[in-house]
Design a protein around this ligand. Structure first.
Ligand SMILES: [Ca+2]
Length: 276
């Protein structure tokens, strides 16, 4: 198979073509080459709209969703500067929230929070995904995930600061979702890894990696292997079989924190998910 990498990080080392190589494989024993169409170092002065959809830009949500209600994606919260992508989250009562609820949950009610999301235009199949980033220090997710027909891979869903659960800030949560039509497991997390870190994900930049092989998934932190799950282990629940597009976003998570408890003061510094 072709060894392909996706990067959202500035790396010191590179392969023979000058492409970055994984922090977990600095001598490039895997022979990784870059998939340019779904990688970005965010070195320009604006988001590269040839690669990314910024959900909600010009009112267009590109047939995706508008965010996890009560929060909604506001494209103005997505910026690129100084080599970084930043997704800010705000207490945003003046935002024109959608009047169509999401699964019965209204947008902007109780908690008028806006976040942001970008989704790749291109898709890829198999490879090594790596991101150097710092999670938002607030009650919203900072996530790096992929979706395709039948399956979803969440490289991580950080929750940088949870006023109702101080443990959340230390978790590196990876999961695997079944979206196969007719599957008895449809809509569920069929595999999950909660790794407890000795630092808070919002305190500093760290490099998170995931290798998606046809036969296994491997998770890394700062180049160190954390866990492996194999196709054999998951059997019929292995759903990572189709091309995926890349998501980088922030959302409110009702399973982390009841949105009714969200307050303006939690957003006074506009918590920022920063991707190098
Ligand atoms: Ca960068």
């Amino acid at each position: 198979m072709t060894r392909c990498t996706l990067f959202f990080t500035l790396l010191a080392t590179s392969n023979a073509f000058g492409d970055p190589v994984p922090v977990s494989d600095p001598s490039n024993r895997g022979g990784w080459t870059l998939i340019e169409s779904v990688s970005d170092e965010f070195n320009g002065d604006s988001l590269d709209l040839t690669k990314w959809n910024n959900l909600g830009l010009d009112g267009n949500y590109y047939n995706e969703w508008k965010g996890r209600a009560p929060s909604q994606f506001n494209p103005a919260n997505v910026t690129v500067a100084n080599g970084n992508l930043t997704i800010a989250s705000r207490w945003d009562p003046d935002f024109q929230f959608s009047e169509t609820p999401l699964k019965g949950v209204p947008y902007g009610k109780a908690a008028p929070v806006t976040t942001g999301s970008i989704v790749s235009k291109a898709m890829f199949k198999h490879g090594y995904l790596e991101m150097r980033c710092k999670a938002a220090a607030g009650p919203v997710s900072s996530s790096f995930w992929t979706t395709g027909i039948g399956g979803e891979i969440d490289v991580f869903e950080h929750f940088g600061e949870n006023p109702t659960n101080s443990n959340s800030a230390f978790l590196y949560n990876t999961s695997f979702h079944d979206w196969r039509k007719g599957s008895p497991h449809f809509g569920t997390r069929i595999w999950e890894n909660d790794h407890h870190l000795n630092f808070k994900v919002a305190d500093d930049f760290h490099t998170y990696g995931l290798e998606w092989d046809p036969d296994f998934l491997r998770i890394y932190i700062d180049g160190r292997l954390i866990n492996t799950v194999t196709r054999q282990q998951l059997g019929n629940q292995w759903v990572a079989t189709n091309e995926q597009k890349v998501w980088i976003d922030s959302e409110t998570f009702d399973w982390e924190m009841n949105p009714a408890l969200l307050k303006a003061e939690h957003f006074k510094n506009s918590p920022r998910f920063v991707v190098d």
